[in-house]
Every structure is written in C-alpha cells, then in structure tokens.
Design a protein around this ligand. Sequence first.
Ligand SMILES: N[C@@H](CCC(=O)N[C@@H](CS)C(=O)NCC(=O)O)C(=O)O
Length: 121
Amino acid sequence: MIDLYTWPTPNGHKVHIMLEECGLYYKIIPININKGDQFQPEFLQISPNNKMPAIVDHNGPDGAAYPAFESGAILMYLAEKKGQFLPTGMAPRYTVIQWLMFQLGGVGPMLGQAPFQRLCA
Ligand SMILES: N[C@@H](CCC(=O)N[C@@H](CS)C(=O)NCC(=O)O)C(=O)O
C-alpha cells in the first residue's frame, strides 16, 4: 500500500494519474495547503521542503517503507517500481527523462507562476 499525501493541484494530479495508470493501490492523506498542513512536523519528516505531493511506499525497496517527495522523483520511482513508462534502454530512458525535466523545470513552474505575474503586471 502507498500512502499519498496530496491536494488537488496540478503537481498532485500528476501523481494521481500515475498511480491510476500503474494500477497501484494507494490511500489518500489530504494535505490542505490552504490551512498549513504542509508545515506539520509529521509531514515534514516525509517532505522536508513542505510541499505536496509526497508518498510513503510501505512495500518499498527490500520490503522496507520508502518515503519520496518531489513529483518528478515520485513519477520515476513509481515507473521503476511498476516497470512501466521508463524504458530500460539508455537512449529511450533519457528521452523520457528529458521530457520529464522539461515539464518539471519549464512548463510546470511557468504556468504555475503565470497567474501571479498577471496579477502583478
Ligand atoms: N517541485 C515540487 C513542487 C510542489 C509544489 O509546488 N507543491 C505546492 C502545491 S502545487 C505546495 O505544496 N505548496 C505549499 C507550500 O509551498 O507551502 C514538485 O514537483 O513536487
């Protein structure tokens, strides 16, 4: 079972979609970022940068519980765990990683900041 610490935002939805596509069982633990749940000490143990999404995979590597934060790292972790969406060949694997990094470093943050930029303009 995977505990999913999340809230309905685009970064959360990336992981929601991935878990559904991988057919993995998960339990949602809401992190209401409007009420400050992300600053609770128990959550900071899992996600030290006080951001959702985060997961705890209770059946992680070597059968131990494994916590993960940052949506991109979670997507890669789930892909490797399930053996889906991340090719084993070096060239195709890095093609996937390039597009993932493009989303994480470009499209995601820019679209996220757009409403603030428009308000401040
Ligand atoms: N780089 C992070 C960004 C996550 C992120 O920005 N999460 C926001 C909501 S979409 C959050 O938790 N904000 C709460 C805060 O910053 O206090 C990722 O990709 O997971």
